[in-house]
Design a protein around this ligand. Sequence first.
Ligand code: PHE
Ligand code: ZN
Length: 860
Amino acid sequence: MPDVPPHAPSKINLKDYQRPSFDVETVHLNIKLFEDYAQVNSTLKMVRQTTGDIILFGESLELLSIIMNDKALTSEHYQQEDGKLTIYEAPDEVILDIQVRICPQTNTALEGLYMAGSGDDTMFVTQCEPEGFRKITFYPDRPDVLAIFTTRLEADKRYPTLLANGNLVEAGEVADAPERHYAIWQDPTNKPSYLFACVIADLDVLTDSYTTSEGRDVLLEVYAKSADIDKCDVGMQALKDAMKWDEVNYGRAYDLDRYMIVAVSQFNMGAMENKGLNIFNTACVLSSPETTTDARSFSVKAIIAHEYFHNWTGNRITCRDWFQLCLKEGFTVYRDQSFSADQQSSAVQRIDDVATLRAHQFAEDAGPLAHPVRPESFVEINNFYTTTVYEKGAEIVRMIANTLGPDDFRKGTDEYFRRYDGQAVTVEDFLSALSITDDKIEDFIDWYRQPGTPVVSGSQTYDSAAQTLTITLNQQTRHVKGFDAPKPLPIPVATTLFDKDSGAIVAERMLLLDEATQTFVFENVASEPVVSLLRDFSAPVQLNYDYQDADLAFLLKHEINGFNRWQVTQMLVNRILLQSQGAKSSPDVYLEALAQTLPVLAADDAMLAARLLDIPSAQELASAIPQDYDPVLVKEQRDGLYQQVADKLKDQWATLYNDLPMQSYEDSAQARGIRALRNVVLDMALTANVEGAADWAQQQYDHASCMTERFGALKAMVNHQLPKANDYLTDFYKRFQANDLVIDLWFSVQAAADDVTPDVIKSLIAHTDFDWNTPNRVRSVIGAFSSQPTVLWTAEGLKMYTDVIKKLDDANPVLASRLLQVLARWNTLAEPRRQMAHEQLTDLRKNVASKHVLESLESV
Ligand code: PHE
Ligand code: ZN
């Protein structure tokens, strides 16, 4: 048992949920920003709901006064402890006037109201989800308290941009202070405090408009610093596409007259769906062909859509408590994935979503931080913005949608919006609305409660006399410490049978595995078929089927489902690379199948062809190794297979590369596919030492029409340590010096380089452009570095990494704790690394104070 440190932070449990004693009807906020502090006055109209005291939360606030129903309160009327302010014996109707002082100028945690940017670009923005509002003023800061907000902002005129949620109702000069001005915003919707936002800045704006299906004319605005305003149109277009998409696919129209997006360079996460006023990490909204890779640009569109979709799934219907986070996030991720699937090849979209799930969520579910999609307890809710809540949460909604089919799913979502609009609800409410046409949907609740990735194993027998194929499937989920013994879950397994001779489809069925073991019989099957399972990844499980390698090669050739063709390559690769886990396939079948498929597919669907060459990252492979993980061995094996692929097709790379000529930039699926494949081919050619490949890289960089081409070439040069790599790094830096997001790429390509050392990382940290206060920059070095496990899991690598956590623990605990997640799987390392990691993490635990980081270290 780990010894519990004396300052062990306390847990909050779902089972202890209680309704608030008081509701807030209206809030008037008056935020006055001064040179080195801000004054926040608030007026809350509160009404009693049940017995009990008034409980307000507040952190890092200097309380100046509280007045209740015109009477100043003194310390005998209330108690202040652990971030909680309890007011005793309040009457049933209360007007509270609260005055506090805060210091956004020194707020490095990036929660509440904080200063971002520097010099002429200094701005003030808020981040309130999940519990940042309590850093602005005392408030019943919990998602089930909904109120109507009016916000007055006042600041020096050098910040002309004053924004808050809703509609602008008044603006003007401040009497007696000609250098100051103010704006008053009113939000007509009832909202929880976590959706509050305001911005005080000097920004340019790109405007557009959209007329909703209900005939509402909406003003659309994207705010960014003037140097960035030319990179806002991709986001603007995505916003309009998302608005339309939600009307067509879910019948949901926008409900305010204005929709604003603000780009900020210092932000802990990707973006935030504040009502009518989204705040975005610049990395998730700015995009231009010259500065943004295709992959980034695509995710910009997806994130814009994600935040927009929250307006219905999250804002109009919100979460009763933070345990229900997946209610808004899982559903909204499912919605943004569906949106993205309509913007490109749906197979590639599914491949990318599943690759992310397998690389990160499966790893989380396999490690000590495994938790249910709806957790039952937490110390710090910020630690639960995880890939399990988001991505596995989305997979559950997908399984439900596929089980119901499009019509009944739409009936269910319509019912959800009809029933719960304006309320703060639970996962049970969601399932109950979705089950109006099929009450079996309620059984999916166990997916929300049970951690661990189910393993589905199976085999088949063919009876030629009876002409039947019998598939036996069973499911098993590891028992995660601290949870009940796992139960069988409803697992939809999309199954297709292929005729071995012709490759034609003989049968197609959705099998529902909802017991520990089940058999499924297919009748009238004339000869033993090849079975394709889990098509489109119909459930988030690990599949072990007793395939012959030849069956998989057959499927790579004959499957018409693009996702499954990719899945087959991944199964083959895993069988080759996870030898230490009992897998034993020789690479021959895989290499031969690739060699046959690739040249044909390259001409046909370049994007899919590029994906077929995927080999899981070292971290992903590691997550399939429950014990005695040796990073050096895994890397050797992975690199070895990569080399074999490159060598196998050595004669073909030149032809493939030349058949993908560089053209002037175009943002079409086909052009993106060609660029993606060209980068993969270039790297393969360099790996195989194809003559002239180094020149291709330089040419590609020199004549690049866009960042995808330029950065692809640079990355290849750096990773293959080409003699000119340093010159090109210097060129890249000079060209893009003024653009922070591109300089992030410059940092990350070095920090993630194959030959990176702790010294390289130290020198990057020492670079004048490195900045501890900009999470994007920290991640571009530290996050990128963590993709090299052979360096990370050394005494020196770990020391450096844990020093970074120590350094950030106080300044930005959210960021520190997120970076720390990478080390969670220390306990699967082979000795002596395991012991070494344990020592360093134990030492780290003694040197940190935030509950965020301490909770992430609980299993050490
Ligand atoms: N709610 C945001 C999203 O998923 C994420 C976020 C969480 C942003 C916490 C900031 C802080 O869209
Ligand atoms: Zn979200």
